[in-house]
Design a protein around this ligand. Sequence first.
Ligand code: PIT
Length: 362
Amino acid sequence: MAVFNMLENVEDLYEIGEVLGSGHFGQVREVRERATGARWAGKFLKIRKCASSRLGMERKNVEREVEVLQALQHPNIMALKDVFESRAEVVLVLELISGGELFDFIAEKENLTESDAIDFMKQILLGVGFMHNKQIGHFDLKPENIMLSDKMAPNPDIKIIDFGLAHCLQSGEEYRCMSGTPQYISPEVINYEPLSTAVDMWSIGVITYILLSGLSPFQGDTDEETLRNIIALNYKFDDHHFSMTSAMAKDFIQKLFVKDQNERMTAEECLHHPWIKPLTRKQVANRNRSSINMKTFKKFNAKRKWKMSYNMVWMCNRLHRLKLLCKTSAQAGEELRPCESDQEDTETKPASLIRRRLSNSS
Ligand code: PIT
């Protein structure tokens, strides 16, 4: 069992500042180290005493995330500095990432060539490749989890965040999990098959497709339809949205949208694909000539941000209802309190929800 700093109080060592973000993971706030003045991000997780066995689960999930982060020291992966634990709370002190989300940064640009996109993709692949070499899968790669160190820097660094669903795959172990975000999940997740690090490579295919075209490859009108499109590998490069995209970029994506996990390109192979690592002058010229479909991309990003705000309001309402329910239950003498895991994110859906949706739709 991981042992966290229980001797000192986080507030004795850090001054707690403004909220940077919140979601299914809890709340992330800026914190300032009192001794040095250095700025960090503190992820605050309430570990509440619940009537159910969720308490043990929550602690285990945090421990797993901490173990993963401790194993991942890489320039493109958010670093973990310290962990504090009190009776009701665990605080992870993380690297402060002030550049915001990569997709927001791109959406502000007037135009971007494939070369610019490749510079970012290369960094994502370096971070993911590093994880995969340690047999760690992120299992929730999506635009919200790809941030920039500092957007004012001439060449900002990519930082991969949120290792809440990450898992270290042990040899001989079959790991199945049905969490994730419908648009970005792979067929093996939907089919509840044993998972490998190739799950992340599928998500990288989806992210690349969106980055170049502003379209989501498998998006249906409902989540069920999206999941069905993924299983049927139902996507296309339509001429209208991909008119500015190079053939090499399409080949790169096609080699990630492969049903068989063993046949899908690995991060290492991606880094050697000619789209990422051009071998000839012609290939370099092609990358510079091709560009991101900015008009559709901006639209996609605006819709994505709107959905995120909507989800946040939905989550707050749900929490409020849960609190009311607790009050009523407490008055009735029942022991029931909301847990952190009740703060369900509507984007990262638990298995039961996806399963219910699939069975309803058949
Ligand atoms: C920020 C700035 C920053 C770190 C984060 C967000 C981290 C977010 C985060 C971290 C996790 C997690 C979920 C989200 O599971 O410096 O805006 O470990």
